[in-house]
Design a protein around this ligand. Structure first.
Ligand code: GEK
Length: 243
């Protein structure tokens, strides 16, 4: 049973910037499922994609792996191949917990969990790279270089799965999507106070781009084919294919 997220349930004098600390790690599975529309579908689909794109003797990277949900989905989907799955996260609290989570499963393909910045990871011989709601936490100035590095490290035919919260380009349209997302959170048991305090905590930490900005950046990195395969409100998941 996942621990219930009530981090923002009581009024705070000052809402501090959001960090992936021990208190977040404790409630993370509940938090992400009640906050991200389609999270389970996206995790499942990452496994489905892995079945067709992961090749034997290649590497798979899960950048910003949190508690390893995407890595585990890939590991389960690639039982018939030999590949190395590398999960990286900048939060020590996440990494320590993730190692324990992953060790609890017996898997044919090992999952290596490391602490580090996605920007510093050496990507090589990769058939698949996943950034499932991670790029939005990386400084905008680092994003293009990181995508170019991922493109370089992917083998031909390899893919990047990039899931992001996005910003709609018009003020009115953006507000509409934000309202729908907040309604989704209220339907999942978050109070008005929790929704507004979480929004304040993320304001300077999670910096979203529009779909057009993502597409342009991915194409500049070399990805000719960018497919938005999932969208619900302001949440999307894209597959960028290396020819
Ligand atoms: C999932 N992918 O469950 N380098 C590496 N990790 C980072 C960095 C960075 N520069 N910045 C932030 N993180 C997961 C969910 S959560 C999304 C990803 C969310 C890490 C951060 O520590 C956190 O674990 C993760 O990115 C983002 O499929 O909570 O909305």
């Amino acid at each position: 049973m996942n621990k219930h997220d009530n981090i923002y349930a009581s009024p705070l004098d000052k809402v501090a910037d959001f960090t992936f600390d021990e208190s977040v790690v404790d409630v993370f599975p509940d938090m992400i499922q009640r906050s991200v529309p389609g999270y389970e579908t996206i995790i499942h689909t990452i496994g489905e994609l892995a079945k067709s794109v992961v090749t034997s003797n290649s590497n798979v990277y899960d950048l910003g792996c949190s508690l390893g949900a995407a890595s585990l989905s890939i590991a389960r989907a690639t039982q018939d191949k030999t590949c190395k799955i590398i999960g990286v996260d900048s939060s020590l609290a996440m990494v320590e917990r993730c190692k324990r989570v992953v060790q609890a499963f017996t898997l044919p393909n090992p999952i290596h969990i490391e602490q580090g910045m996605a920007q510093d990871v050496r990507i090589e011989n990769a058939s698949m790279v996943v950034m499932n709601f991670t790029l939005q936490f990386i400084p905008p100035a680092d994003r293009a270089t990181l995508l170019a590095k991922i493109y370089q490290g992917l083998n031909p035919g390899g893919i990047l799965v990039l899931s992001e919260k996005i910003r709609h380009p018009t003020v009115q349209g953006n507000e509409l999507l934000i309202d729908l997302h907040h309604q989704f959170k209220r339907d999942n048991g978050y109070s008005e106070l929790e929704v507004s305090q979480k929004r304040a905590a993320l304001e300077k930490v999670m910096l979203t781009d529009t779909f057009a900005e993502h597409e342009t950046r991915l194409k500049t990195a070399g990805f000719e084919d960018v497919v938005m395969w999932y969208k619900c409100y302001n949440f999307t998941s894209m597959v960028a294919i290396k020819p």
